[in-house]
Design a binder for this molecule. Sequence first.
Ligand code: HMG
Ligand code: MG
Length: 302
Amino acid sequence: MVPDRVKLVDVGPRDGLQNEKQMVDAAHKIELVHLLQAAGLREVEVTSFVSPKWVPQMADNAQVMAGIRRQPGVRYSVLTPNMKGLEAALSAPREQWPDEVVVFGAASEAFSQRNINCSVEESIERFRPVVQAAHEQGIKVRSAISCALGCPYQGEVTPDEVERVVVLMKGIGVDHCGVADTIGVGTPRRVQAAMERALRHYPIAEVSGHFHDTYGQALANIYACLEMGIATFDSSIAGLGGCPYAKGATGNVATEDVAYMLRGMGIDTGIDMDRLLDAGAYISGVLERPPVSRAAKALLIK
Ligand code: HMG
Ligand code: MG
């Protein structure tokens, strides 16, 4: 049942750097994407086309997309919460378009309001034309369902609440279902219960997990997903990240840690660990702090 190949989507340039107080230059972001693809990552979440007033760290979105030297076989995704975001992403020459766009909703009403300034139902109506327009251009649409395991404002979130959003996303034609533990409170059996609701509506190849490591549960939660056959996970180089609208949320699980676990389990990720460590060391150097990744710290000391 455990898959023999796993795809890691590095969301560090987006989810990681959106939450850094220190502004990172577009040139450093571009170099980070280059190092990630050189390390064997086959999908990178590069940036987000959101309001620069809300998330100033991503205001250089177009510059970053324009600066990337694309590598064949690598997919580049961006967040587009509304038509304004999609139009901005597609206003560049076609070769700079994303391969995939992400619409991000929430399993909790309170978080939807704080993060995207509208209710869950309203968010779906904003996403509907985004999905349609993206599909017309042959662009795949992925969802991120935030707070699927708990909400910083509402508290507990039930599998029923997760399934409600899964169904709404499916209803507007979203191709892939990303289940996100925004504040990292999930534990393995609860994660399996949430994932099971996604799998009722999406094929296993179109379900992924996005785990923040706030409570140190992310690797256990990924293992719980592997037991279900799920084979796609978001992770963040050097454990960068958080969410500006989820106070106290720390970074995504570190790509180095997940790659280390999967390598140890004999699961193919296509990742070259040494080059991955280079990517983590690079961005940690830019931020002037050590990587959060435990595996990176241990391997770099050797
Ligand atoms: P809004 O304020 O409700 O929208 O924003 P609005 O239509 O009223 O527009 C207000 C202003 O924003 C206007 O500018 C618009 O032009 C502008 P003004 O007239 O005041 O100068 N605007 C935009 N500008 C650029 N790009 C756009 C855009 N849309 C409107 N796309 C919106 C709605 C969603 C855009 C806003 O609330 C926003 O940008 N929020 C930030 C959300 C965000 O980026 N959160 C972090 C990413 S999600 C995340 O991290 C979770 C995830 O990792 C999974 C997990 O862990 O849970 C994915
Ligand atoms: Mg996140």
